[in-house]
Design a protein around this ligand. Structure first.
Ligand SMILES: Nc1ncnc2c1ncn2[C@@H]1O[C@H](COP(=O)(O)OP(=O)(O)OP(=O)(O)O)[C@@H](O)[C@H]1O
Ligand SMILES: [Mg+2]
Length: 231
């Protein structure tokens, strides 16, 4: 289980995260919602050790990982599907997937067959360049690349951004299936309320660097959540 406790994050003098707490449990989907610029990606950068925090702590499976380097967190099973996908345009699909091998022991450095069960489209595209894929296919590849690392915590930063509805549905199904398998915690960052509410077990809403509303998804009405997402 992931527990982010009361963290603060600054960019220079600008106080971007203010006492933020969120958590994600194995077998569940925790969702962080918030409009543009409220600090969602900054929160994820803190969780992955890509940006230092000033106060608070981050625990993963009861270990304080707040001071660990990004690669040390990756080795503990944390995987990020970054905003904008960050596919290597000039590498093939297969090579993009192989970049997920980095945190793995040698004997685990192969692509699990399951990846192609989840994303059949990738199987026929292994020798294509990443840059030649559609946005939706790139998003599937970005999720697949994260799954190659056999994550225990899968974090997705706005996976629906700029993706056509049919592929959003496919991605939603995969995320639900991964959670239901029960061996992975999922933290989903979104602005797309319907998608988040259709998937989330737990919702936290952020506004201007703070969590302003949080609770089990069932306990929050869409109106309550929407109120905090409006400018
Ligand atoms: N490297 C940086 N240096 C300085 N300020 C930054 C940096 N990255 C982000 N910010 C600022 O911090 C605030 C939060 O940005 P962040 O990217 O975390 O928001 P977000 O919720 O992910 O937004 P979006 O929905 O657009 O992705 C914004 O005001 C942004 O301009
Ligand atoms: Mg962002």
């Amino acid at each position: 289980m992931l527990r982010v406790e009361n963290i603060d994050l600054f960019y220079g003098a600008s106080h971007t995260l203010r006492g933020v707490s969120v958590s994600a449990e194995t077998g569940q989907i925790a969702c962080v919602l918030g409009r543009n610029g409220v600090g969602k990606t900054s929160l994820l950068r803190a969780i992955f050790g890509l940006q230092a925090i000033k106060g608070g702590k981050i625990f993963w499976q009861d270990e304080d990982i707040s001071a660990l380097k990004p690669h040390e967190r990756a080795r503990r099973g944390l995987a990020l599907v970054p905003q904008g996908r960050e596919i290597f345009a000039r590498l093939t699909v297969l090579e993009n997937l192989q970049t997920g091998f980095a945190p793995l022991a040698r004997e685990l450095r192969h692509i699990p067959d399951e990846i192609f069960t989840l994303f059949p489209v990738l199987k026929d595209m292994l020798s294509r360049r990443g840059g030649d894929l559609s946005g939706g296919q790139q998003q599937q590849l970005a999720i697949a690349r994260a799954l190659v690392t056999r994550p225990k915590l899968l974090v997705l930063d706005e996976p629906t951004e700029g993706i056509q509805p049919s592929i959003i549905k496919d991605i939603g199904r995969v995320i639900r299936m991964l959670a239901d398998r029960g061996d992975m915690a999922i933290l989903l960052v979104e602005q797309y309320l319907d998608f988040a509410q259709s998937l989330a077990d737990h919702i936290s809403v952020m506004d201007r660097g703070e969590v302003v509303l949080a609770g089990p998804a069932k306990s929050l009405t869409p109106e309550q959540v929407r109120k905090h997402l409006m400018v």
